[in-house]
Design a binder for this molecule. Sequence first.
Ligand SMILES: Nc1ncnc2c1ncn2[C@@H]1O[C@H](COP(=O)(O)OP(=O)(O)O)[C@@H](O)[C@H]1O
Ligand SMILES: [Mg+2]
Length: 313
Amino acid sequence: MRIAVLMGGMSKEREVSLNSGTAVTQALLRKGYEAVSIDAAEDVAGKLKAVKPDLVFIALHGRYGEDGAIQGLLEVMGLPYTGSGVACSAVCMDKVLTKKLLVADGIPTAPFMVINKGLYHNSRSAIHAQIMNDLGLPVVIKPATQGSSIGTTIVREESVLAAALEEALTMSDQALAEKFIAGVEVTASVLGNEEPVVLPLIEIEAAKGFYDYEAKYTPGGSAHVIPARIAEDAAKKVSAIAKQIYVSFNCLGFSRIDFIIDSSGQPWVLEVNTIPGMTGLSLFPDAAAHVGMGYDDLVEAVVKLAVDFWKVG
Ligand SMILES: Nc1ncnc2c1ncn2[C@@H]1O[C@H](COP(=O)(O)OP(=O)(O)O)[C@@H](O)[C@H]1O
Ligand SMILES: [Mg+2]
């Protein structure tokens, strides 16, 4: 089977994706597949036409890769691909849409406000007042459609609220103001199609307190703690919620769902990552390793789930 691995691309997470894609390509080659990596930065349709793959492994993160855009292109080209479809990808890349669906499903997610770029520029002080009044400090400001903590600020003083919103709104037409949840950060790695399996939860300990871009990708910036140091009851709730979201949102292949568990043991969902990082040091492969599934086996499992779904071959 010939598999094209899409990597790189045009998003702010290009570098991470190049690492994910290179590792995936090497794993596929070791598993005996004919793997060809493609940088999706330009002319991706032309490159795919030249390679003629049986399946496309999408190792892209962020915009144009994780947001349904590339999935839509592949659908139109008639090429089967790994992971979630167009609608699920688009929803999960957009934290505002994600939260609206979580609320509709009755799944706990932190109280929030949506700030539209145009409205913000016309009524800054009213919006600041509303955030202070409804959510209070600290408050987390993030762009609706960005990953890897890029553009995300934990605002602890009102004086930096405006700068945080301005920054988030340079990256997305909508910003999210979210109540800060103090607690233990945990991520749930989910693998499967109709009958997904939740791999061991990983607690994330950021060396400097905030799991920002640097903490995510600098060696020593953060530690993975398995098993997560949360009560058994809380862990059960997280796994159940992760599975519920996966099925409700129609995730396919794999996804990683981020949570914070507050001091009462209540889990709050932060977001759904439909193309989790797949570098050798990433969270998802680490969770798989703890059930004895090595990196290459994980990559092959994702391929097999796509083969099943698309009935390739
Ligand atoms: N409501 C919140 N309360 C506390 N910390 C948060 C909150 N939202 C985000 N964070 C912190 O910011 C990080 C990035 O936020 P997240 O919603 O997962 O977006 P992404 O990983 O796509 O950038 C989280 O891993 C967490 O450390
Ligand atoms: Mg996250």
